[in-house]
Design a protein around this ligand. Structure first.
Ligand code: SAH
Length: 216
């Protein structure tokens, strides 16, 4: 099978299992070449529904989980989006594909991974993504507020800074819980107040390491 056929087969699976729910997200998944974001030695596994190791002990998330979070984020046209945890840049590419008129900021604490994400995004042609090195548990105050925030590392609780940097009517999706098991939470801001909704989806993410996350 070609890369494109393999991608189509994975997307069909994600639709059948209900992880992809909307045509918009389906189209974005069909466009973004995941093989360009995994390490070269993992290319044969790029379209398995599995997380894969990157380096520095980090991983590119499992496609099912990426699909679930992307659907839960309910991205609309022309939004300002913050991702915390750039990793390979794959999730950022999906967001950029979903919202070509918007802008995606993705923060990564490990400089080598930020550089890796930047190169992957450049090679695949995503120009509406900015990769920033830093502690994303503090958000990105200079670019706030954000219409959407997606955190792709596990947080002990919703970081206060991220709640503050969410726009009115904004949505954040974040795995919350102890180091080795979390639940997916959707946070919405209405009338300046945050409400948390447990999406009933158990996950295990690498830790959000930072001032409003876990200690290293
Ligand atoms: N979204 C990525 C996968 C993320 S893995 C992808 O699509 O490939 C989680 C990433 O979060 C790791 O790269 C890790 O280094 C990063 N991370 C952990 N704590 C962080 C923090 N406080 N700020 C920014 N990035 C962080």
């Amino acid at each position: 099978m070609s890369g494109e056929e393999e991608r189509k087969a994975l997307v069909d699976l994600l639709c059948r299992t209900g992880m992809i729910k909307t045509e918009r997200v389906r189209r974005a998944f069909l466009k973004v070449p995941r093989e360009e974001f995994v390490l070269p030695e993992h290319r044969p596994y790029a379209y398995f529904d599995d997380a894969l190791p990157l380096f520095s002990g980090q991983t590119i998330s499992q496609p099912s989980v990426v699909a679930f979070m992307t659907e839960a984020l309910q991205v609309e046209n022309g939004q300002k989006i913050l991702e915390v945890g750039a990793g390979s840049g794959y999730q950022a590419a999906l967001l950029a594909e979903l919202d070509p008129d918007g802008i995606v900021y993705t923060v990564e604490r490990i400089p080598e991974l930020a550089e890796y994400a930047r190169r992957n995004l450049e090679r695949t042609g995503y120009r509406n993504v900015r990769v920033v090195v830093g502690d994303g548990s503090l958000g990105l105050p200079e670019h706030a507020p954000f219409d959407r925030i997606i955190v792709t590392a596990a947080a002990p609780e919703v970081p206060r800074a991220l709640g503050e940097q969410l726009s009115e009517g904004g949505i954040m999706v974040i795995p919350v819980g102890p180091r080795h098991s979390q639940r997916m939470v959707r946070v919405s801001k209405k009338g300046g107040r945050l409400t948390e909704e447990d999406l009933g989806f158990p996950v295990v993410f690498v830790p959000l390491v930072g001032e409003q996350g876990f200690r290293a």
